[in-house]
Design a protein around this ligand. Structure first.
Ligand SMILES: Cc1cc2nc3c(=O)[nH]c(=O)nc-3n(C[C@H](O)[C@H](O)[C@H](O)COP(=O)(O)OP(=O)(O)OC[C@H]3O[C@@H](n4cnc5c(N)ncnc54)[C@H](O)[C@@H]3O)c2cc1C
Length: 495
């Protein structure tokens, strides 16, 4: 039996029968959860050799309903394909991005049959990084009973699909300070929450392709220096010393901050979820919020596909879905969802220290602790919409941009692509705090492409503010600013 438990199921990611049993005990015995909890199926073979065995073990031991015993969604490309092949694809002949909306009408097969509590002091809608970090902070601060409702598995939204980049190189004092506090906290995450989030401080290297952008990074570096960051503007030659493979003719200067880095998104979420539960919060997955009851100018209750929960305070932290959730209370949010695609390569020996981003095209890429190059690139033609599909157009644009900058990457094979949604507000700043006209309904959304790196600080401050602390963050970033015409200074978005 001991030998059987040590048997390897996923050879690429070293996942044993014992690891799967452990996940099952934690209620993570369905394949999508198992993949995100153990890493099973995310290596070079992309699940080809482990999926059947893992599904069989789950079928035997996890006692899931038959309809939940489905393999994970396979990701394109069907087989590892070199960047040179993608870069040579006829981009002009490929279809432009088009708007699609997700279809999700039926209850999830893993929806629990147990009932929810009849009331909670705080209900948090959305179990992404924002909702979970807030739950952990609130549960540790005597805020009463805290209930997180997540319609899918943990890591289902943008928080489970992002590049894990964390940087303090920002262009406003507020964002610099939020990111500094968050990255500091990530360094202590393992002590505080008992899980390794693989923080690797390899720095961030922003490349400026024209004079105007050089002027912008110079101004930002001065601001960052005033806030204690060691950001430096460096020449292409110095950037080439940091990443020798770069074609230094492709940019004029670079902004370099060695203390920025990358984390692995999945354990970051698990850490907050486990920590929140240990502090007494209830985190309910596969549970959709379907209605919000408002009466007498305040929120009264949340309706779900598992019944109704009375609550005086309800937080909307539903990422790109926040406008549709707010609409349930008759509230209009200005956020627009926008697809953002991302891809991971085969693993390689470490060669790339920092996360590199080419300003202008929005290309960014870094090397993960597992050796893969993980990167993305926004598309100016991307329409708004809750679209999480993957495209060949992205693979071609990304491969062209990356191989122009690092020609040697042409022979690197791309293994797995996916997509998530940025939650974009008109001024690219979040929406936090009170909702005009609906007391008790609180907003925590609009984090565009940088919510992951802001979450620890934003959640700590939101929890303190909900406990009565004064904090001007919740005035400045209030929903009312859009009606009052006092938008924030726009920050640039990567990707
Ligand atoms: C491809 C990509 C790359 C990115 N790269 C970075 C990066 O490098 N660094 C960085 O800091 N940020 C990055 N981001 C942005 C970052 O991921 C987000 O800002 C952050 O994860 C937002 O967290 P959230 O909790 O607000 O939203 P989400 O993580 O989307 O969570 C919202 C949750 O609400 C749930 N939900 C929706 N409707 C309902 C309902 N009716 N009932 C119950 N639950 C519901 C959803 O299922 C979802 O899990 C990236 C994003 C993408 C898509």
């Amino acid at each position: 039996m001991i030998f059987r438990d040590k048997a390897i199921v996923c050879a690429c990611e070293d996942v044993t029968v014992h690891d799967i049993d452990d996940a099952i005990v934690r209620g993570l015995g369905d394949i999508e959860n198992l993949k995100r909890y153990t890493g099973l199926g995310t290596g070079p073979c992309q699940g080809k050799s482990c999926l059947v065995g893992a599904t069989r073990i789950c079928a035997e031991r996890a006692r899931l309903p038959q309809e939940a015993l489905v393999p994970f969604r396979s990701r394109p490309p069907a087989s590892p394909t070199s960047m040179a092949a993608y870069a040579g694809a006829p981009l002009e002949a490929l279809p432009p991005p088009f708007a699609t909306e997700e279809k999700r009408n039926r209850a999830h097969p893993l929806r629990p049959i147990s009932s929810l509590p009849e009331r909670a002091d705080v209900v948090i809608i959305g179990g992404g990084i924002m909702g979970l970090a807030l739950a952990w902070n609130l549960a540790g601060s005597g805020a009463g009973s805290v209930l997180v409702l997540e319609r899918g598995y943990l890591c289902e939204g943008a928080s489970g699909r992002n590049g894990g980049g964390v940087r303090a190189q920002w262009t406003t004092p507020t964002l610099i300070e939020l990111a500094k506090e968050s990255i500091d906290f990530m360094g202590r995450f393992a002590q505080e929450l008992g899980i390794n989030i693989w923080l690797r401080k390899g720095g961030y290297l922003f490349l400026a392709h024209d004079k105007e952008t050089v002027g912008r990074i110079e101004k930002s570096a001065e601001l960052q220096n005033r806030h204690g960051l060691s950001t430096r503007i460096i020449s292409p030659g110095e950037a080439g010393d940091i990443v020798p493979e770069l074609d230094t003719r492709k940019f004029l200067a670079a902004s370099w901050h060695p203390d920025d880095g990358v984390v692995f998104p999945w354990p970051f979420l698990w850490g907050y979820a486990d920590g929140a539960r240990k502090r007494g919060a209830q985190v309910e997955t596969f549970t959709s919020v379907t209605g919000l009851e408002v009466a007498g100018g305040r929120v009264r209750a949340v309706q779900t596909d598992r019944g109704r929960v009375v609550a005086d305070r309800v937080v909307i932290s539903s990422g790109a879905w926040s406008p549709s959730v707010a609409r349930l209370a008759g509230v209009a949010l200005p956020n627009k969802p926008q697809r953002h695609e991302i891809v991971s390569s085969e693993p390689m020996k470490p060669f790339l220290g920092p996360l590199v981003s080419m300003l202008g095209t929005g290309l960014y890429f870094s090397q993960s602790m597992r050796g893969e190059i993980v990167g993305g690139m926004g598309d100016p033609d991307e329409p708004d919409g809750l679209n999480q599909t993957s495209s060949l157009r992205f693979m071609t644009r990304y491969s062209r941009a990356l191989t122009e900058l690092i020609p040697r990457c042409g022979s690197v094979k791309l293994l797995r692509q996916w997509a998530g949604c940025y939650d974009v507000t008109p001024d690219h700043s979040p929406i936090l705090g009170e909702t005009p006209g609906v007391a008790g309904l609180l907003q925590m959304s609009g984090f565009v492409g940088h919510g992951f790196m802001m979450a620890p600080a934003v959640a700590r401050r939101m929890s303190a503010w909900m406990g009565g602390a004064k904090d001007d963050l919740f005035e400045r970033f209030a929903l009312s600013r859009f009606a009052e015409g006092r938008l924030e200074k726009e920050t640039f978005i990567i990707g």
